[in-house]
Design a protein around this ligand. Structure first.
Ligand code: NAP
Length: 280
């Protein structure tokens, strides 16, 4: 099945150029947006993500601070760092890289971030605001996906949008954002029956499963927009998405959703700086 490839890197580059201009404007007013990223433990994939975020901030002129804490960091130590960052005026965004080591309660840690600095939108208050459609921060991966879909010129209104995956990070918030765009949304998961029948209805198919080669050509309606969120290693150790590229051709991984996720984080940080400090 032939499909148009969305060039995620090009879309991200365009967004970052706009953000750089906005950052320079803010700097002209004496405001340098600031992001703090906290990494607990030595998960190699998380180390790469955090490094990429730091590099992207540098390229845009956003101030970034990276806190790399040992895997045995206590709840009290982590909460105290978050409290310190909450109180610092020049820090506009705080991101705790997930997953956290098992002895730390993810819900408690994410709830400790000041909602006004919660650039990943995982604080329960921000999650609730997304549910009712009155939100300032949106989670970075789903909002990056929306920007990719917008880049195709496809209007989501009335379209069948099928999402495979129901995680709190991708699937669920994606479903809400698509609903706010007036799509008809179906969320699939491991208990969904007749998955290919459901996915074939999709005008927009978003796969966030985490299994290489999971989505094949016969699961996709001709002409559908396919977004591949998955980040997997294939048998040869090569980075790949969920979608069987040969039979479907969606936004390629790497180069699809990943660069957009980081771009949305930068956008939230710049928006936060403008919102918090211009008000002040
Ligand atoms: P997750 O929490 O593991 O969720 C995976 C989802 O896939 C679950 O809802 C699961 O269903 C569903 N699933 C598993 N097997 C299935 C099957 N056979 N049929 C239908 N659904 C099935 O993962 P996540 O955090 O959402 O991440 C998903 C993927 O996206 C991963 O590869 C991750 O690395 C990647 N990711 C990429 C970015 C990026 O920036 N590019 C950002 C975040 C995540 P159940 O709920 O029933 O178990």
């Amino acid at each position: 099945m032939s499909a148009r490839i969305i060039d995620g890197k090009a879309v991200a580059a365009r967004c970052r150029a706009e953000l750089k201009a906005r950052t320079e404007e803010l700097k002209g007013e004496g405001i340098t947006p600031g992001l703090a990223v906290i990494l607990v433990g030595e998960d190699p994939a998380s180390q790469v993500y955090v490094r990429n975020k730091h590099k992207a901030c540098d390229e845009l002129g956003i101030h970034s601070e990276q806190y790399t804490l040992p895997g045995n960091t206590s709840r009290e130590e982590l909460l105290s760092l978050i409290a310190e960052l909450n109180g610092r005026e020049e820090i506009d965004g705080i991101l705790v890289q997930l997953p956290l080591p098992g002895h730390l309660d993810q819900k408690e840690i994410l709830s400790a971030i000041d909602p006004a600095k919660d650039v990943d939108a995982f604080h329960p208050q921000n999650v609730g605001r997304i549910v009712i459609g009155d939100y300032f921060f949106a989670p970075c991966t789903p909002s990056g996906i929306l920007t990719l879909i917008d880049s195709t010129g496809v209007d989501m209104t009335g379209k069948e949008c099928v999402i495979i995956g129901r995680s709190n990070i991708v699937g669920k918030p994606m479903a809400l954002l698509a609903l706010h765009r007036n799509a008809t949304v179906t969320v699939c998961h491991s208990k969904t029956r007749n998955l290919p029948e459901v996915t074939r209805r999709a005008d927009i198919l978003i796969s966030a499963v985490g299994k290489a080669g999971f989505v094949t050509g016969e699961m996709v309606k001709p002409g559908a927009v396919v977004i591949d969120v998955g980040m997997n290693r294939n048998a040869a150790g090569k980075l790949c998405g969920d979608v069987d590229f040969e039979s479907v051709s969606p936004a390629p991984v790497p180069g699809g959703v990943g660069p957009m996720t980081i771009t949305m984080l930068l956008r939230s940080t710049v928006l936060s700086a403008r919102n918090r400090r211009k008000k002040a």
